[in-house]
Design a protein around this ligand. Structure first.
Ligand code: CP
Ligand code: NVA
Length: 309
C-alpha cells in the first residue's frame, strides 16, 4: 500500500481487496465486541472545505472506535480559508497528527497536501473522485452478492466524482462497468483512458436503458454536485426525465439487482422514491459501511501494529 489514499487509480486490485477484507474484519469486530483499538493515542485531522454528514461522522466515530481522536477543521474557519498555502498546512499538521482526511474541490490540492505531508492523507471527496465511498460500495456489493468478479455495475447520471471512482473500482475488481450520461457530462478523460484498457468490460452510452440491461448493481448520484449549485437549472434540463433510476429501468436489470446511492438523494430527480424505498436496506448498509471501510483504511495507513492488535 502507498502512504496515502488519494484516488483508486493509485491502488492495485490486491490493495482494494485487502482494504475490503480488513473492512469486513472491522465490521465483525465491532458487531461482536472484539477490541480493535489499533490507533490508540493517534490523531486524525479532518479538513472540510465542503459540507458533509456521513464522511465527518463516520471518520470521527471510526477514529474513536480505533482508540484515537479526530479533530474537525473547517476550511473557512482555519487559516486555509485565509489563504495559508496547503504546502504549509501539510507540514504543520504532520508535526501534530498521525493522518489527515481532506474533503475539497481540486484533486491537485489533495495531491499537493500528500506530497508535503509526512503522514498519510486520505481523500474524503474531491471534484474528481470519492474513493472512500466506492470502497464502501464495493464492500456492500460483495457482502450481498458474495463476489464482485463478473458482476455488471451500471451508473446512471452525471459523469462526476462518484462515476469516476465507481468505474475505476469496479473494473479493477473484475466487474463490468456501464455508464449512461448526457453528452457534455462524461466521466473524467483520465478515467476513460484507464477504462479503455478493459475493452468490452466498459461501456459509455447516452441511453440509460442500454446501460441498465442485465445490471447486477444500479448506481446513481445527484445531477448537480457540491460546487455546481449555479448550474442546477441547466443540469436539470439535460438530465430530467431521462437519467433517473426508476421502476421501468430496474425491470431491464437482472432479477435481484442491487441499488446503491452515496447519499444525499434527491427523490424524483436521479431516483424515484419508490425505487429508493424498495432498496433502502442496501442504501443504508452502504452508508454504514463507510464506517467499516474507512476504519480499515485508517488502520492500514496509520497503524503500525496490524489490524488485530
Ligand atoms: N456520501 C457522502 O460522502 O456523504 P456526506 O456528503 O454526507 O459526507
Ligand atoms: N457527487 C456528490 C457526492 C456527494 C457525496 C457531490 O460531489 O456533491
Amino acid at each position: 500500500m502507498k502512504k496515502d489514499l488519494l484516488k483508486l487509480l493509485d491502488l492495485s486490485k490486491e490493495d482494494i481487496l485487502h482494504i475490503l477484507d480488513t473492512a469486513d474484519q472491522m465490521k465483525y469486530s465491532l458487531k461482536h465486541g472484539i477490541p480493535h483499538r489499533v490507533l490508540e493515542g493517534k490523531t486524525l485531522a479532518m479538513i472540510f472545505e465542503k459540507n458533509s454528514t456521513r464522511t465527518r461522522v463516520s471518520f470521527e466515530t471510526g477514529m474513536y472506535q480505533l482508540g484515537g481522536h479526530a479533530l474537525f477543521l473547517s476550511g473557512k474557519e482555519s487559516q486555509i480559508g485565509r489563504g495559508e498555502p496547503i504546502e504549509d498546512t501539510a507540514r504543520v499538521l504532520s508535526r501534530y497528527c498521525d493522518g489527515i482526511m481532506i474533503r475539497t474541490y481540486a484533486q491537485d490540492e489533495v495531491e499537493t497536501l500528500a506530497k508535503y505531508a509526512s503522514i498519510p492523507v486520505i481523500n474524503g471527496l474531491t471534484d474528481f473522485c470519492h474513493p472512500c465511498q466506492v470502497l464502501a460500495d464495493l464492500m456492500t456489493v460483495r457482502e450481498k452478492m458474495t463476489r464482485l468478479e463478473g458482476l455488471k455495475l451500471t451508473f446512471i447520471g452525471d459523469g462526476n466524482n462518484m462515476a469516476n471512482s465507481l468505474i475505476v473500482g469496479a473494473l479493477k475488481c473484475g466487474m463490468k462497468a456501464a455508464v449512461a450520461c448526457p453528452e457534455g457530462y462524461d466521466p473524467d478523460p483520465a478515467v476513460l483512458d484507464f477504462a479503455k484498457g478493459f475493452g468490452r468490460d466498459f461501456t459509455l452510452c447516452r441511453d440509460p436503458k442500454e446501460a441498465a440491461a442485465n445490471a447486477d448493481v444500479m448506481v446513481t448520484d445527484v445531477w448537480a454536485s457540491m460546487g455546481q449549485e449555479e448550474e442546477k437549472a441547466k443540469r436539470e434540463k439535460s438530465f430530467a426525465g431521462i437519467y433517473q433510476v426508476n421502476e421501468d429501468l430496474m425491470r431491464l436489470a437482472h432479477e435481484g439487482c442491487m441499488v446503491q446511492h452515496c447519499l444525499p438523494a434527491h427523490r424524483g430527480e436521479e431516483i424515484t422514491a419508490q425505487v429508493f424505498e424498495a432498496h433502502a436496506d442496501e442504501i443504508f448498509e452502504e452508508a454504514e459501511n463507510r464506517l467499516h471501510a474507512q476504519k480499515a483504511v485508517m488502520a492500514l495507513l496509520m497503524g503500525n501494529a496490524g489490524v488485530n492488535a
